[in-house]
Design a protein around this ligand. Sequence first.
Ligand code: COI
Length: 296
Amino acid sequence: MDWDNLGFKLITTDYIYSMKCTEEGNFEQGRLSLHANIELSPAAAILNYAQGVFEGTKAHKKEDGGLLLFRPDQNGVRMKIGAERMCMPSPSVDQFVDAVKQTAIANRSWVPPSGKGSLYIRPLLMGTGGALGVAPAPDYTFLVYASPVANYFKEGLAPLNIYVEDEFHRASPGGTGHVKAISNYSPCLKALTRAKKRGFSDVLFLDSIHKKYVEELSTCNIFIVKGNQISTPATNGTILPGVTRSSIIEIARDYDYKIEEREIEVDEVMEAEEVFCTGTAVGVASVGSITYHTKR
Ligand code: COI
């Protein structure tokens, strides 16, 4: 492996973990197997009705070769909440963490050396049984795969250039923006590809009612800094409660920053002293510029 040139591209590792679940919600004993494509009914609920949620977490290699996982229990809790919203049974938090651990250990030769990146671990829960009408699937599959990664953005650690999207929205009240539904991501693609073609790193979505409060980017949460005060949009139903987001809030409180989770108007972001983004894939990324209409 060329550990110095990892980006955020899929590199297939040796093992995946999978566990099947019946309609009654009983998960059978999960197992590791060699990474391979999976077989699905053309009528699978995940393919036809996007009944699925996913997670992202990372394993890091310590200098002594040991592995560190970053708060995987919080991803397990979030998957449970997401599964409930999508009418799916979900593994217990213990089953989830055990699956993540087994996947990390089985693929440990793919975890980059300390300081070169991490093993991105992707737990996926989906309705794999066929359902012609709109209804919860008759059976489900939980699987976990992994890929070694380094920086998410091609900019590396350079500050991001963000475009404020005011035509398309990521989420709306009562929808699924607060959970990691698979269906939350492809609707971002139109705005994202358009912005990327214009040289931006990512898009910042606005709320769909007033069209003036910032929500999050296609890949991560946002924070603004003014003096000793750090603010981030409140998790009010349209914002994903990021694990990195909550870690940053806890750390900032320990360092005596004043933290506010609230509505933030886009104009306030444009005037902030500093802006940064957080997410599992993204880590903590600083923002160099924000473009909103003709303002920058
Ligand atoms: C993550 O940060 O793990 C995500 O799921 C964001 C993304 C790459 C879709």
